[in-house]
Design a protein around this ligand. Structure first.
Ligand code: TMP
Length: 211
């Protein structure tokens, strides 16, 4: 039976290994004969995304509220496209989504509900893989780049906000990302296999977030 694509999101702190796991999963799905593409947010290639890029690199100053809404707009501008891709039967593997949006701004001291508001109604991921590892493990990995959020103290606040937000979501699995790339991929793969079985057997309607 033909089915819609699965919307898979990876979340986690900077340097938790999300990007390489996303790439590995896309390759794996393709090798198993499935259609799959990788997406990432922020998508810096659009006009809105270029503003985000300038902000992250410290070239453009924006208020916390304005940049928060711009990150959200960057997701909204591509919703129709994502819907079409899923309906055509292509799986989407996405590096960050609205969870990063809510968490990074709330870590600056803003109310979580306020942070979630602009993303209400976005396409809900079928599964969110939250890669987490102890601080000591992450700090052993290659260093931060020079972007505005890549500071040890801020990352600690982000970690707390992620843990708090994601434990209450019904589509999230916590993945221990302290092992080798292969070990972490094996854990991820078990959940993806199950999610692929579930989507084939259930109502395939696309759901929406936080509404
Ligand atoms: P990246 O390193 O995955 O490209 O993400 C850039 C930074 O942007 C990262 O520190 C997380 C942050 N971010 C937000 O603050 N809000 C958002 O909505 C997203 C998607 C990312």
């Amino acid at each position: 039976m033909s089915r819609r694509g699965l919307f898979i999101v990876f979340e986690g702190l900077d340097r938790c290994g999300k990007t390489s796991q996303c790439e590995q999963l896309v390759n794996f799905l393709k090798q198993s004969g499935q259609k799959a593409i990788m997406k990432r947010y922020p998508d810096r290639t659009t006009t809105i995304g270029q503003t985000i890029n300038n902000y992250l690199q410290g070239k453009q100053n924006l208020s916390d509220q304005a940049i928060h809404l711009i990150f959200s707009a960057n997701r909204w501008e591509q919703q129709e496209e994502l819907k079409k891709i899923l309906e055509e039967g292509t799986n989407i593997v996405c590096d960050r989504y609205c969870y990063s949006g809510a968490v990074y701004t709330s870590a600056k001291g803003y109310d979580m509900e306020w942070c979630k508001n602009p993303d209400k109604g976005l396409i809900k991921p079928d599964i969110v893989l939250y890669l987490h590892a102890p601080k000591e493990v992450i700090s052993k990995r290659s260093g931060f780049g020079g972007e505005v959020y890549e500071k040890e103290e801020f990352q600690q606040k982000v970690r707390e906000a992620f843990d708090k937000l994601l434990q209450n979501e019904d589509n999230v699995v916590f993945i221990d990302a302290s092992g080798t790339k292969e070990e972490v991929f094996e854990l991820i793969n078990q959940h993806i296999k199950k999610a692929l079985e579930d989507i084939t057997s259930k109502d395939q309607k696309i759901s929406h977030l936080w509404v």
